[in-house]
Design a protein around this ligand. Structure first.
Ligand code: C2E
Ligand code: MG
Ligand code: MG
Length: 752
């Protein structure tokens, strides 16, 4: 910048000196020339031209003097002579005196003066002669002498005149030449000046325009509402516009450099090397600025244009906040969770993943609607957060909590493998905290949690495994007994088997792999077989798969509806075949899964199937678990009533394992209680079981329900049950579940 300025200044100075020298030289030349002309003219006008007049005067005065002398000679009038002579002589001498300086030749002047002196001397002699006794001859001679002298003067005067004329001519010519030169020079100078002025005018015009442009440019920066700073490479500020000053005052800063980021030097370097020309950001006293750095190579400086982007930044943060936070809980959301998971897995960082779910969410949704459920989630999130934050603080954990879906939360613990005890502490704190009811808009609610945990990268190898494993662990957690579950390979294998079974089950019906077996039921009161329970069997290429294993899978996946439909159809078809030969009061029991039961249109399905198969309702008993009805009591009782209205009998299966609340039995339209086989298994040894079974049998009697014990395998069990006044028996003691043919054979045999 300085180098360029110096070179421009040098050039400007040289130009100025050049023009000044030419101007001075021309002025000097014109002055000298003009002085010459002036001198010549002055000499001409003041000396030589008057000298010609003087010569004329001298000539005429000499003639006059001669005439006066002749007149005196002729008249002898001395008085007149004295007067005229003196005056004329005086004029003559005065003319000679004036002529003296202009005399072209001193010799001529001398001749003139000598002859005049002779004339004067002769005049005096003549006067003396005429004034006394006059000697006329002498007088004539004197007069002749005077005339001669005067004539002598004439050539001198002429010569002088000629010389002066020559001088005048020469002077005139000289003056003319000088004048011409002066005119040429002045003309040339004028031309030069004109050209110079023209060039100068162009330059001035350009300068004015440039000035105007510069002013505009200067104003552009000056009036710009955004701060503009110009800095040199050594970080000295060479300019900052008024907007910068205002901002500095506003922010109480002393230097514009404080408005820029800490890594300014590096940014300047890359701007200069042109490696990057993107905006940088700085944050000053809570306000955000974006700035562009331009390297101006011609002036070797940086131009920095700042714009305040606080509002944009806030809006961006707000958007980011919305994008990364759950709208109900304001915790990090699923998007942020996925982003963090990807981040950690891409860096192969060790961490634990804890998945938390609220198993009651669906129920709350059913009972209180979406608003009620959302409110519960909001309160749960708040409690979770407070417990989490406290644990995080006390255990110095590096972790984050996320609200990943409606009723699912996740915590990522960036802790080492051996620190799982910290996780145990947090999950223990959480489960303990939620053992107490929490306040929600629906009142105080006990909200159980289920927690599934896995670990990266030791256990889960990638993102999808992580989520799957945490979910498997969570699904295997039980609300009451074991709400916290770590993922294990056993759980993984179990899950894989579930998935495999589910896939196989989808094609089981088409492949004809399913069949219904019938387990006979014996009536102690009638002392004969009075029915059977239909139990599904699935025979695959690798053998039988227990319904205890695949029914819950079908229940979970929804396959149970299709499967259930097949079971009802098959059982009812079989009933239609058997019904006419069945003993009075005999029934075929069909198991109904909870999902089937609560499915809208279930009653219609039963009705349609009765019509379609021709099975009579009084030959059919539906087995439903108590939980199925208790899920939604009103709805359950309504369905039961409709089924009863069709003429079907209802048995409560696995009685004693679920709610075990006997008070409802009175209000439920059911016909039979099936005491769960877990009470029968050790009946002969277990006094407590004996007490329970006895109570159940008596209770059944009290509320007019039949009681059947299932899983009866031994004579001792049978004897005890008979003693308890149990109505019916089902179990291996009599028979295992049988195929249709086996069952028909079995019944035929029993009547033999
Ligand atoms: P559940 O309805 O309680 O069926 C009784 C289970 O006890 C049957 O097991 C039966 O084979 C078994 N069992 C009967 N007597 C004895 C005995 O003396 N000793 C022992 N150890 N077991 C005995 P299974 O067939 O394996 O069925 C298991 C469960 O699967 C059933 O329990 C039922 O909940 C479900 N299930 C079976 N078939 C169906 C079906 O067709 N539909 C539906 N929804 N569920 C079914
Ligand atoms: Mg059953
Ligand atoms: Mg049962």
């Amino acid at each position: 910048m300085i180098r360029r300025f110096e070179s421009v200044q040098k050039r400007a100075n040289s130009l100025f000196v050049f023009i000044a020298i030419i101007g001075a030289a021309l002025a000097g030349f014109i002055y000298t020339n003009a002085t010459h002309i002036q001198d010549d003219s002055r000499t001409l006008v003041e000396v030589q031209l008057p000298a010609l007049d003087d010569l004329q005067v001298i000539d005429s005065e000499l003639t006059e003097l001669e005439r006066i002398l002749y007149e005196y000679y002729a008249t002898q009038n001395r008085r007149l002579y004295n007067e005229d002579y003196t005056q004329t002589l005086s004029r003559l001498e005065s003319a000679i005196y004036q002529f003296k300086p202009a005399t072209p030749d001193k010799q001529l002047l001398l001749v003139l003066e000598l002859n005049l002196a002779d004339i004067v001397a002769m005049s005096k002699s003549l006067d003396v002669n005429l004034n006394g006794p006059t000697n006329w001859d002498l007088a004539r001679e004197q007069m002749a002498e005077i005339s001669t002298k005067r004539r002598n003067i004439l050539p001198v005067l002429n010569q002088a005149k000629t010389l002066i004329n020559e001088y005048v001519e020469q002077g005139y010519l000289e003056a003319n030449t000088n004048l011409d030169i002066a005119i040429y020079v002045v003309a040339a100078y004028s031309l030069f000046i004109t050209l110079l002025i023209f060039a100068f005018a162009r330059y001035v015009r350009k300068y004015i325009m440039l000035g105007f442009m510069n002013e505009r440019l200067a104003l552009f920066a000056k009036r710009n509402p955004n701060p503009i700073i110009s800095i040199d490479y050594d970080l000295t500020i060479s300019y900052q516009n008024p907007a910068t000053d205002i901002l500095l005052t506003e922010l109480k800063l002393s230097s514009a450099l404080e408005l820029l980021s800490g890594s300014l030097s590096r940014q300047l370097k890359s701007a200069r090397e042109n490696t990057a020309n993107h905006p940088y950001q700085s944050k000053v006293k809570g306000r955000t600025f974006s700035y562009l750095i331009n390297w101006l190579d011609d002036i070797q400086a940086f131009d920095i244009h700042l714009t305040e982007v606080t509002a944009e930044k806030e809006a961006q943060l707000q958007l980011e906040y919305i994008a990364y936070h759950h709208d109900i809980s304001e915790l990090y959301n699923g998007v942020k969770f996925q982003a963090d998971l990807s981040e950690l897995t891409s860096r192969q960082k060790h961490f634990w993943l804890m998945l938390i779910e609220l198993p009651d969410y669906g129920d709350v949704m059913a009972d209180y609607g979406l608003t009620g459920a959302s409110d519960m989630v909001f309160h749960v999130a708040r409690e979770l957060k407070s417990v989490f934050e406290l644990s995080k603080q006390t255990l110095s954990l590096n972790s984050n909590i996320y609200h990943v879906a409606d009723a699912s939360f996740a915590i990522i613990f960036n802790t080492a493998h051996h620190q799982n005890n910290l996780l145990d502490k947090v999950s223990y704190e959480l489960s303990q905290h939620f053992k107490q009811a929490i306040k929600t808009a629906n009142g105080k609610q006990l909200i159980p949690l289920k927690i599934g945990i896995t670990e990266y990268p030791n256990v889960a190898k990638n993102e999808s495994e992580l989520m799957l494993q945490a979910k498997i662990a969570l699904d295997n957690a039980t609300e009451q007994a074991r709400p916290i579950r770590y993922y294990s390979t056993e759980l993984g294998d179990k899950h894989a088997r579930l998935v495999q079974l589910n896939n196989q089950l989808k094609t089981a019906i088409e492949k004809n792999q399913l069949a219904l077996y019938y387990q006979p039921q014996f009536s102690l009161t009638q002392d004969q077989f009075n029915g059977a329970e239909a139990l599904i069997r699935w025979k695959t290429e690798t053998g039988f798969i227990s319904p205890a294993e695949f029914i819950p899978i079908a229940e979970n996946s929804g396959m149970i509806l299709e499967l259930g439909h097949w079971i009802i159809k098959t059982a009812f078809t079989q009933v239609a075949i058997w019904q006419d030969s069945m003993e009075p009061g005999s029934r075929i029991a069909v198991n109904i899964s909870p999902r089937q039961f609560i499915q809208p249109g279930f009653v219609n399905e039963i009705r349609a199937m009765l019509e379609q198969t021709g099975a009579r309702a009084h030959r059919i008993e539906l087995e439903i678990t108590e939980g199925t009805i208790m899920e939604n009591e009103t709805y359950g009782v309504d369905v039961l009533n409709q089924l009863k209205a069709l003429g079907l009998a209802i048995a409560i299966d696995d009685f004693g394992t679920g709610y075990s609340s006997l008070s409802y039995l009175r209000h439920f339209p059911v016909d039979k209680l099936k005491i769960d086989q877990s009470f029968i298994k050790s009946l002969e040894r277990n006094k407590a079981d004996q007490a329970i079974v006895l109570t159940l049998c008596q209770l059944g009697k009290n509320v007019n329900l039949k009681v059947i014990a299932e899983g009866v395998e031994s004579r001792e069990q049978l004897a005890l049950l008979r003693g308890f006044d149990c109505d019916e028996i089902q179990g291996y003691f009599y028979s295992k579940p049988l195929t249709v043919e086996e069952f028909e054979y079995f019944i035929a045999q029993s009547y033999v």
